[in-house]
Design a protein around this ligand. Structure first.
Ligand SMILES: *[C@@H]1O[C@H](CO)[C@@H](O)[C@H](O)[C@H]1NC(C)=O
Ligand SMILES: *[C@@H]1O[C@H](CO)[C@@H](O)[C@H](O)[C@H]1NC(C)=O
Ligand SMILES: *[C@@H]1O[C@H](CO)[C@@H](O)[C@H](O)[C@H]1NC(C)=O
Ligand SMILES: *[C@@H]1O[C@H](CO)[C@@H](O)[C@H](O)[C@H]1NC(C)=O
Ligand SMILES: *[C@@H]1O[C@H](CO)[C@@H](O)[C@H](O)[C@H]1NC(C)=O
Ligand SMILES: *[C@@H]1O[C@H](CO)[C@@H](O)[C@H](O)[C@H]1NC(C)=O
Length: 436
């Protein structure tokens, strides 16, 4: 962890402890346990501010993701958007689990796969329903934190959990009960197409500079032409980012959990995996997972309203504010103007606004306008809400952006990436064909 990141980390830890006290204060008894690096920890979930909104809005192809791409024009139904019959759905899950079991039995495959080590492993556990969840950043992890908060709180306190500003309710802390390490406990695993996960990690952490130190690390590792601590590198390419992933794997360095293979984070072959939730069918899978574990209807209802809160008009302002906050220390070289324009581009990449809508440059008459967060929120949201995309347009634009990102990635790098993520591709049935 870089200095900057670790500073942030401690800041967040402090904040988490504070929210713990607040949470206890209103009587909610939260027991969301966590295993971090396989060691018990008193901090249940350490969320950086951006997690709160960002992970949420990255659901390419999922009914959940597309629903908030739809803006206010179309009503969002989130969890109810299941178009498969219950029986067909049971088969879908069975097939997914069957595939993992086969992979786990294939010793040749497991042996030949190079395994990377992630920096963090986090598992949530609910005493009430006796199941656990493997937390993987960039795959709806913020939502799952909220799920566990709801499941473990006393009924009636939900309003307070979610009425509070999201960034303040990061989680809770408690001692880890021994049985969380019990590998027989049913486990839910989230998955996402590795190509899309890697690109999304790049856009967030490198392009939007949410990890201010990552670009120096990447450039140093890939071309050795820079100082690792150089915080002023704005233009690291996606190709360089992927190459850094390849080099890190070759040197057996630990992987940041934002792009560590899901397989390495969750080690499904050592666990009792009972449910797979795919980012690509998020809302449907979440609903079925909750019902599978007999979560009570009141709680499901509350969680639906949580999903509802993450529509485009409520989630994007949070993202904008988060990018401002997180990049403040590097504002000298990552100017507000560059930042705002990149936020705009990232919204197009994620299918929130049409590629055809121009950046509203006419609204920024003074360069100081870019520094005014709330003004930027107003201008961008006004522009975005004026030309909403349909969910199909949004999906297709996301796919286009992904294809474009991979277009010029050379085959050597691509082959290495496929090797590193081989178990994710195979165990979770994602196509290894380059996005097009
Ligand atoms: C893998 O996905 C394809 C479609 O992408 C599907 O046809 C196939 O049945 C899936 N395989 C398994 C084992 O789930
Ligand atoms: C194990 O995986 C390898 C590589 O994917 C495959 O070629 C082989 O057929 C698999 N073996 C079994 C028994 O499924
Ligand atoms: C996995 O969990 C299920 C409950 O969903 C339980 O019935 C089963 O015995 C567990 N399997 C193992 C191998 O512990
Ligand atoms: C939780 O589930 C595991 C695996 O199915 C089981 O062995 C254990 O007894 C359960 N615990 C409780 C409290 O129900
Ligand atoms: C941005 O500019 C458009 C016209 O160019 C104008 O209608 C709109 O009110 C401006 N928005 C703000 C927040 O100033
Ligand atoms: C792909 O990129 C790597 C790293 O930059 C380079 O070593 C290799 O020669 C390139 N391969 C091709 C086919 O361009």
């Amino acid at each position: 962890m870089s200095e900057l990141e670790s500073k942030e980390f401690w800041k967040v830890k402090k904040r988490v402890l504070t929210s713990y006290l607040i949470v206890l204060g209103f009587g909610g008894f939260l027991v969301t346990y966590i295993v971090e690096n396989d060691r018990p920890t008193r901090i249940a979930s350490v969320f950086k501010v951006n997690d709160v909104t960002k992970d949420w809005v990255k659901a390419p192809g999922s009914s959940f993701g597309s629903s908030h791409s739809r803006n206010t024009k179309e009503k969002m139904t989130s969890l109810e958007e299941s178009n498969t019959s219950p029986d067909a759905y049971v088969d879908t899950q069975k097939n997914r689990l069957h595939l993992i079991n086969n992979i786990c039995l294939n010793k040749t495959l497991l042996k030949s796969s190079s395994l990377v080590r992630p920096k963090f492993r986090r598992v949530y556990f609910t005493t009430k329903y006796n199941f656990s969840f493997c937390k993987v950043p960039k795959i709806g992890s913020t939502f799952w934190t909220q799920v566990f908060q709801v499941l473990e709180s006393n009924r009636g306190n939900y309003g307070e959990i979610f009425g509070r500003k999201r960034a303040e309710v990061h989680g809770t802390s408690d001692r880890l009960p021994g049985n969380v390490k019990d590998t027989s406990i049913p486990l839910i695993i989230p998955t996402r197409n590795p190509f899309s996960r890697l690109y999304s990690a790049f856009v967030d952490k490198s392009y939007l500079r949410l990890f201010p130190s990552i670009n120096g690390v990447v450039r140093k590792l890939v071309s050795k032409t820079t100082e690792k601590r150089d915080l002023c590198l704005n233009d690291v390419s996606f190709s360089e980012f992927l190459e850094h992933v390849v080099v890190s794997a070759r040197r057996r360095m630990t992987f940041n959990e934002h792009w560590a293979p899901v397989y390495s984070v969750c080690t499904p072959c050592d666990k009792n995996v009972t449910f797979i939730v795919k980012q690509e069918s998020f809302a449907t899978d979440v609903e079925n997972a909750l019902r599978h574990f007999w979560v009570n209807e009141d709680e499901i209802k509350v969680l639906k309203s949580v999903l509802h809160d993450h529509r485009i008009e409520t989630s994007l302002p949070g993202i904008i504010r988060t990018v401002y906050l997180r990049t403040k220390p590097i504002r000298k070289c990552f100017t507000a103007e560059i930042m705002v324009k990149r936020i705009w581009t990232s919204f197009q990449i994620q299918g929130y606004v049409s590629n055809k809508v121009h950046f509203p440059a006419q609204n920024f008459t003074k360069s100081r306008d870019y520094e005014n967060t709330e003004f930027v929120v107003k201008v961008l949201m006004e522009t975005i809400m004026r030309s909403p995309l349909t969910s199909e347009e949004s999906r297709s634009q996301r796919q286009q952006a992904l294809a474009h990102a991979y277009k010029d990635i050379n085959d050597t790098i691509l082959t290495d990436i496929k090797k590193i993520y081989a178990l994710d591709f195979k165990a979770f049935n994602y196509s290894e064909t380059k996005p097009s």
